[in-house]
Every structure is written in C-alpha cells, then in structure tokens.
Design a protein around this ligand. Structure first.
Ligand code: TXA
Ligand code: MG
Length: 316
C-alpha cells in the first residue's frame, strides 16, 4: 500500500517553534498541542489562511473560531468590550480551559467569527502553545485538529490524516492533560451562560462569580452557531448503555470482560483526560460499535455527558 504523503511531526524545540511561527506568518497552518486537545493554528489576521483552515477541516463558515492569546495585552487587539466578569474569570482560570465569548474588536476579521460581533478568546495552559503564540507575535485561531464532527485529537498521532495534508507541520507536545475541549461561556449575556461544557466545570465558574449561570435556551442549538447534535464522533457508532455486554467492545467502569473493552476511571477529570484517546483506540481496532457504560448522572460529569451524547447522536 502506498503511504500517504507525511506531514513532519516535530518535537517542540525552540528551533522548531520558530519554524512553526515563521510558517504561520507565511500563511500556513500548523497543528499545536494545548492542554485540552490539539488545535490547528493560523494567524487570526490572515483571512486567506483562515479560509484555507475552514476548507481543510470541512467546517461550515458560520462556525466561529476561538482566538488563542499568550498575554493579556493581546486582548486590546481583539476585544472591544471587556467586562468585570470577564476579568474575574480570566484572572481565575487563565491560562486554562476556559473560552470567554466577548464583543470583538474591528480588527478581528469576520471570517474568524462567522459574521458574529463577538469573539471567543482563551489563553491555553500549554508551554508549546504559549511559546508559539509569542514567537508568531499575533494571536492564533485554534480549532480542534479534526475534520468537522469527528473526534478531537489528544495526541499528535491522532491529528486527522486528511487534515494533516494541509499542514506545514505538527508540533508534538505529548498527550493533552485535560483531554476535553475548553468550556465556552458567553459573558455578553446577563447572567453569563455556558455554550459548551468543558475543562472548567459549571461549579468552579459559579464559585468564581458568586452567582448561578444562565441556562442555554432550548433553541440554543439554532441560536449558537457551532452547536450541533452530532459532533465529537468516532467512526464506529457509539451506543450509550447501563451495562456493556460481555461480548461487546466499549468503555466500562468495572472489570473488562474482553480485550476490546477499556476500563475507564471513576473520577470525571481522569475520565475526561482519557475519553477521546480511548475512543481513538477502539476505532483503530475497527470495532463494529462502541458501547459506553453511562457515567453517573451528576453535574461534575456534565462535559462528559455532553460529548457522549453528541458522539452517539445520529447524523442530521
Ligand atoms: O479547547 C479548545 O477550545 C480547543 C483547543 C484547540 O483550544 N479548540 C476548540 O475549537 O475546541 P473548536 O473550533 O473545535 O470549537 C470552538 C467552539 C465552537 O463550538 C464554536 O461555536 C464556539 O467555540 N465559539 C467560538 N466563538 C464563538 C462565539 N463568538 N460565539 C459563540 N460560540 C463561539
Ligand atoms: Mg472542535
């Protein structure tokens, strides 16, 4: 079998980070590690590069990108209105897995935000991502390094091969320690509301703000671009069950009954850190279906329930 043309997967040495930054400033795309999942980095101000990124991912143009910064000073370039609550959350959780949706500055191209007047911003908690942003000298967009609707990569080797063809290189920062995407919170609303549960829990955010968060209305899926019923899905169909049959492949909490079952941690953080990797592993075994034993019905498992629900939803 002929092998695919390979994209260089490079260790994040200072020289390679400089090369990656130069490629980005030259309009190219680079996969970078973050603490949540691997992202595809491009210069936020380079509209052509952003368009190339949407095409490479097969992503609808109305699905906005998150802008990644390495320093609070960069907020001035991309945000027009910074609220006291945005400030509290950024100070408490950055660098970290929290994306704040705020009013955008003129300078942020409309292609980045899918035409919205808001922009999602976060400061990732990964030295390689921070060094890359700093070396490029511009904020970087960073959608997850998967094709639209598919599973996000939490290791360099899981960056989607179809997407990798469009990249100048992959910087290998090892496995991602959070393993689920950032929590996206809209702080232009009062009270702020979570659009996507993720690495920072609802409880942690409520504790920082000292008040409860708003609910996303039932038509939130239509109102908020980028929220789809099916998403984060492996190739094999995902089926959520109370108990996984002893002959089935899947994710279990207790003892595994066969070699195509993976025993998952009982703690939501540890579970989240290994979920995508476990689904990638089952996909690479080419199992016909992935049965997932439902985690506890508890708010601390909110982000995991969200991903499992989306991974198991039928294509629209
Ligand atoms: O953890 C993460 O956030 C990863 C890493 C690589 O940083 N990135 C990521 O990006 O998950 P992406 O593009 O796969 O998901 C971005 C999400 C989408 O659901 C999008 O709709 C939402 O953020 N989003 C971005 N900007 C928004 C805005 N202005 N208003 C509402 N939602 C927004
Ligand atoms: Mg994504």
């Amino acid at each position: 079998m002929l092998s695919e043309p390979v994209v260089p997967v490079l260790p994040p040495t200072p020289a390679n980070i400089q090369r990656a930054a130069a490629a980005i400033l030259n309009g190219e795309l680079v996969a970078m590690p973050t603490e949540t999942v691997y992202g595809v980095a491009a210069n936020v101000f380079d509209e052509e590069a952003i368009q190339k990124l949407f095409r490479a991912k097969g992503r609808p143009s109305d699905n906005p990108l998150i802008v990644h910064i390495s320093d609070f000073v960069q907020l001035e370039e991309i945000v027009s209105e910074w609220t006291p609550e945005a400030d509290i959350l950024a100070n408490r959780f950055w660098p970290g897995p929290l994306t704040l949706v705020v009013k955008k500055a003129e300078a942020v191209p409309n292609v980045v935000t899918g035409g919205l007047d808001t922009v999602g911003v976060r400061m990732p908690d990964h030295p390689v991502a921070l060094e890359l942003i700093e070396a490029a000298g511009v904020p970087l967009v960073g959608p997850s390094a998967n094709r639209f609707m598919h599973l996000s990569p939490t290791r360099a080797e899981n960056v989607d091969p179809g997407l990798a063809k469009h990249l100048a290189m992959v910087l290998d920062g090892g496995p991602c320690k959070v393993g689920l995407e950032s929590t996206v919170i809209d702080v232009t609303q009062d009270p702020p509301r979570i659009l996507r549960p993720g690495g920072v829990s609802r409880g942690e955010i409520q504790a920082a703000l000292g008040r409860p968060l708003g609910q996303v209305p039932h038509d939130g899926m239509r109102r908020s671009p980028g929220m789809y019923a099916r998403h984060y899905a492996p190739v094999a169909p995902v089926i959520l069950v109370e108990a996984v049959g002893s002959g089935e492949a899947g994710l279990v909490f207790g003892e595994k009954a066969n070699e195509r079952q993976i025993r998952m941690p009982n703690d939501p953080r540890a579970y989240g850190a290994s979920l995508y990797d476990a689904l990638h592993r089952l996909d690479s075994m080419e199992v016909p279906a992935i049965y997932v034993q439902l985690p506890p019905d508890d708010v601390n498992w909110e982000a995991i329930h969200d991903r499992l629900r989306k991974a198991s939803a039928q294509p629209e």
